[in-house]
Ligand binder design. Sequence first.
Ligand code: PRX
Length: 650
Amino acid sequence: MSEMIESVLHEKRVFEPAKEFAQRARIKSMTEYEALYKRAEEDLEGFWGDVARELHWFEPWSQVLEWNLPDSRWFVGGKTNISYNCLDRHLITERRNKAALIWEGEPGDQRILTYQQLHREVCLFANALESLGVKKGDRVAIYLPLIPEAAIAMLACARIGAPHSIVFGGFSAEALRDRVDDAGAKVVITADGGWRRGKVVPLKDNTDKALENSEISHVIVVKRCENDIAWRNGRDHWWHELVADASAKHEAPAHDAEHPLFMLYTSGTTGKPKGILHTTGGYMVGTYFTTRMVFDLREEDTFWCTADVGWITGHSYIVYGPLANGAACVMYEGAPNYPEPDRFWDLCEKYEVSVFYTAPTAIRAFHRWGDQWVDKHDLSSLRLLGTVGEPINPEAWMWYHNKIGGGRCPIVDTWWQTETGAIMISPLPGATPTKPGSATRPLPGIIADVVKKDGTSCAANEGGFLVIKQPWPSMLRTIYRDHDRFIKTYFGEIQGFYFAGDGARRDEDGYFWIMGRVDDVINVAGHRLSTMEVESALVAHENVAEAAVVGRPDEVTGQAIVAFVTPMSGVAAGEELGVELRKHVTDQIGALARPAQIRFADALPKTRSGKIMRRLLRDIASGSTAKGDLTTLEDASILEKLAQERGDEE
Ligand code: PRX
């Protein structure tokens, strides 16, 4: 059967939640879901207020929501502390000695921290930060591997009220510099290195490069790989030495609900990443609620979200959401296929993971590596599976369902974004019948729709823009230091609504099917990148006259980067330049932005007014002929030449 036909057949299948699962689930049927959804829709403030009351507040709010489009304030006047809610709150319960973090390093070393131990580590480190002069409101940059110290640092910053800005360890020194500068960070927390496929990622070296001309007075370094590193006396401090001198008592202060919790840089349509700002109370309520509902958490669950804390998924579903619920969370430092392609399944078996949350790219890669790696392991502890970050194709969904979930585990395909802070559209596993490839229905409290440019709703199955029509607690509050860009980007496209940047359709059952970005953002292996960001990196190279970057479909990573490059005159195009440019992009942004293919061209197709016609380049990159209206094209012969050029494929 052709893949196309198979895909359509899978899409048409509907999977009802298994009876045994539904019986014990929080929400057991669509009738219950619909009643809850209706209640939230009719009384948004009452609904979220009830959720928020399940958490600890030092002082209650006077108003649940203050909404002056596009600005929202949640739990106005309320005082809380998210670190207190993730830790201290559990210490007076039977969770005190329950595992909070079950961590494994890539080399196989292990560390398990109970809630009591994690609380102690966070208090020690909060005091250490304060001893260096970090105060409420100061920004702290975190550039760490996925080790317990990453979670400890986040919770310590949150405790003090010092917004953190995590930079994914795969980003380069240049990318780190931009983010540290934009945030005006006072301190950088890093490690000597991190383990990835048996090699050391030189995080401290990158930090040194990033801070070459910086005034930053403190760098805190975790000893992880014991590799040689340069040391600047006075500025650099070992983490273990700082905490050795610190007190283990740290009372969590009360922060205003709208106090900034963190910023996280993400790609937009321009070359400059934007610092998405989240605040304390709303983000806490959103991540707490969604973790509990979507993953149907039970006290005895072992929850594993395979993301990195450098992305929003790691913020919300490795650290804040699960810990606010008192869950036991697995955390793994390294590559999924190291030392062998069964590392994830080995971890699932060893720790008896019951809820497993990963990205479609990983699922497709495991599928490709072969069933024999899965067959070696007993995965019977799994009861629920999740996906996030990109559309999942029905074939990958079926494989995940049958091979990993043994046909018994519901799959929650969760749609959300860095900006939304928490899951927005997803099945509730005990209630929602699933259709492979659809994120199904919005969660209670989330008023989503697919609309036309003028804001009116699309008909069933008509493609349009995915919007959120009412505010929700964990929504971003601004783009750090650029409120105008915030207004323009999210509320400027479709009047009156938050526009996410995604195209979608709703089928006759009201199920959402995400069709991908409608802007110049591409999604490579679940990582969000702006084509402009990669273009800016390329044209900064002395041998490049012009560059245009597009995404092409890729079987494993969803999309792959193709760069069309016109070299400076006199510069030879070819493999050597290709290698050089890939290295250059890696240095400027990080390996995640490396083009899969570089195609050289004497000229790029442009309109008569000089704009590069990316639409045509997308067609060429995906191997088809350029389609659509070509009348605005300045020089049609360029297309033919481009199509013949084979390019330098990695
Ligand atoms: O295009 C959507 C895609 O990922 C984008 C958000 O990326 P980021 O902010 O990096 O956050 C990723 C993790 C939450 C969205 O605009 N996306 C995310 N989840 C899905 C998805 N596309 C389809 N299906 C999903 N479940």
